[in-house]
Design a protein around this ligand. Sequence first.
Ligand SMILES: [Zn+2]
Length: 404
Amino acid sequence: MRRSTGGRLLLVLLTTCTAVGATVTVAAAAATGCRVDYTVASQWGGGFTTNVQVTNLGDPVTAWRLAFAFRADERVTQGWNATVSQSSTQVTAANASYNGSLATGAATSFGFQASVSGTHTPPASFALNGTTCTGASVPTGGPTATTPPTTAPTTAPPAGGWNPPANLVTALNQVWQHEESTYSDLYGFRNYGWDQIMANRGYVNYCVRWDSSARVTTAQRDAIHAALRRQFKKWMDVMAGHNGWPYSDVAVNIVGWAVRERAQLEWTDDSVDIYVNDIREDAPQCSAPCGRFFNQSGSYPNCPGGAAHHYDQSLWLTAGFGGGAGGDWGQRVGSEYFLGAVNQDDIHIFLHEVGHTFGLDDFYDWSPDVGGFLMKAGSATQITEFDRWMLRDWWRHLKSRYGY
Ligand SMILES: [Zn+2]
């Protein structure tokens, strides 16, 4: 049930970043046209959200476009109450269907979420319908003090297709806010199970790391493969038909086995690639040039056999290992545990670790008030309704990065 190295579930998410709220008001100083109040509503390691209020100080308009430029490497990931588009550093926000008309003196607001590698500095100027906002009175004098929020920052993702049971809404929001405030790079991270499946267009490839001195029969191999497929499918079935998720079925291909000595594997067919004595973390691994963890661009120029032989995740089975670990790299459980449970309906420790691969958190230090569930280690042995909705919530928040 342990999360992977460093106490956070993903190997590359090692640091904890506490959410810091900052309010910065930018307003120009003359008296015509328009005024923009640009507020950084929330900020965390790797991203931020804004609220932008546009006040029309000129003649009435029936449509508006607000243009501004980022100063660094900010990338807009989603917007609300406007269509926010970006080309290089240039950003344009166009009104939504319901907020295009602005009378003289009227204001409207929109917001967006963006990633950034450093600290976000608000844009220096804004133009409304091509005219630079020179503004009127300045409501507050320049950047204001930073005030940590009392709750974690939240985003306002599109609502379409999101319809959890009413009794779970509060808990789901609590979970998401907790993840936003404790993950170091929640929105910038690009190797969730989601990213892997979308990069492959609907399948996932596995390597089995046989971290044991025991031999493996062909029948055991086939049983392990079948169990892996059956368990992974339990999570993917949660997504089928939900909120634009494009895959009714996600194939699990086991493309390789890693082992210390070839003779441990009793089969002679060539149905999987076999990697011998390639040791990392004191355990056999499939070749790094074939692993997505090591090649997050998604190209595998040095993988023998090419991209078709790449693996996205490892099923790491370690002799004498208790509990489990999971992350973007795959899942690790005891080899005796997995084989002992290989025909069980729910291999629950493994299922829990797959949850981590899709971003789901642990609940050792706090828990929403929804009873037992799989991701709360020790409180359930199968995927519950709450687990299902936590998974769907990840898709809700990430799907815009794939164009959904
Ligand atoms: Zn866990």
